[in-house]
Design a protein. Structure first.
Length: 295
């Protein structure tokens, strides 16, 4: 039987000197042809407007003018302050929700994910005006606080920074929950079982195992939320006050009220550069997180 198998193997092998079959190589430049539609799309809808933006911002002394404007400095500071507060609140709340979803079964996860995604199913204006109705002096929140005897008079919950941050957190929450949940789901269950078998409590397991392993996901979620929050426009207008205007509102003011399109272009380009740097950092964190999980 062994000799039969050997003869079959020898007869199946290619004759001596015969070349092995080669893979058919694609002609050079095929990948470029495949990328051509995407490159054309980017050139028409992204690079061309960006080039016009750069050109418009170079007219006159636009950069010097906007950088010396105290309103621009104030709006930039507001942008970073509000974005930082919104990011902190969103990541903390998102982490708690992600842990709750992570600890539930498949059916409960689907229901909770649907609730988390609910802000995506309504428009930005609808969400902001809904918060405006709830937070006004005779709104549901103040009525509930007074009805419970917590306050004697309506609280100023609208047209301030609190309302802006609240509205932004409501919108940004899914962007934090999903990256953090992905980091939690990647944790090997055996690590927790091993720690508990050695006598570790829930707090110790979370502090020594869960939290360190989710740092890349939390970092990515925080930076993603911060990037998105820097470009908010409607929420400060509807829920904020005069002192809560962000850089996007200042761009609109330069373009529509002052008709200073060079200044508006300079501000828009400045915001684009800031966001581009943050996106580069975000991608670096994602790569570092992937290498960390692979290792």
């Amino acid at each position: 039987m062994t000799s039969t198998v050997t003869r079959d193997a020898v007869s199946a092998s290619p004759p001596a000197g015969a070349e092995a079959p080669r893979r058919r190589r694609r002609p050079r430049g095929t990948w470029l042809l495949l990328l051509a539609p995407a490159l054309a799309f980017d050139a028409v809808l992204f690079l061309t407007p960006l080039g016009k933006l750069v050109e418009a911002s170079t007219h006159g002394d636009a950069y010097q003018r906007v950088l010396k404007d105290p309103l621009v400095s104030r709006s930039l500071l507001n942008t970073f302050e509000i974005s930082a507060l919104s990011t902190l609140a969103t990541v903390v709340l998102g982490y708690l929700l992600a842990v709750v979803i992570w600890r539930r079964g498949p059916l409960a996860r689907v229901i909770l994910f649907a609730l988390v995604l609910l802000p995506f199913w309504t428009g930005v204006l609808v969400k902001n005006f809904a918060w405006a109705v709830l937070l006004q002096d005779n709104g549901l929140v103040n009525a509930a606080l007074q009805g419970l005897g917590i306050t004697d008079a309506p609280l100023a919950l609208l047209h301030n920074r609190f309302a802006v941050v609240l509205g932004m957190v409501h919108y940004l929450l899914p962007y934090a929950v999903f990256p953090i949940f992905a980091a939690l789901a990647a944790i090997d269950d055996r690590l927790e079982l091993a720690a508990r078998s050695l006598g570790a409590g829930e707090v110790s397991v979370f502090r020594r195992i869960v939290l360190p392993l989710t740092v890349p996901g939390v970092s990515a979620a925080g930076l993603l939320v911060f990037i998105i929050s820097t470009g908010f426009f409607i929420t400060p207008v509807v829920l904020g006050g005069p002192g809560d205007m962000m850089i996007a509102n200042q761009i609109d003011f330069y373009a529509r009220q002052l008709t200073d399109f060079a200044g508006a272009s300079a501000l828009a380009l400045l915001l684009t550069v800031i966001v581009s740097v943050l996106v580069a950092i975000y991608q670096r964190i994602l790569r570092a997180g992937g290498e960390y999980e692979a290792g």
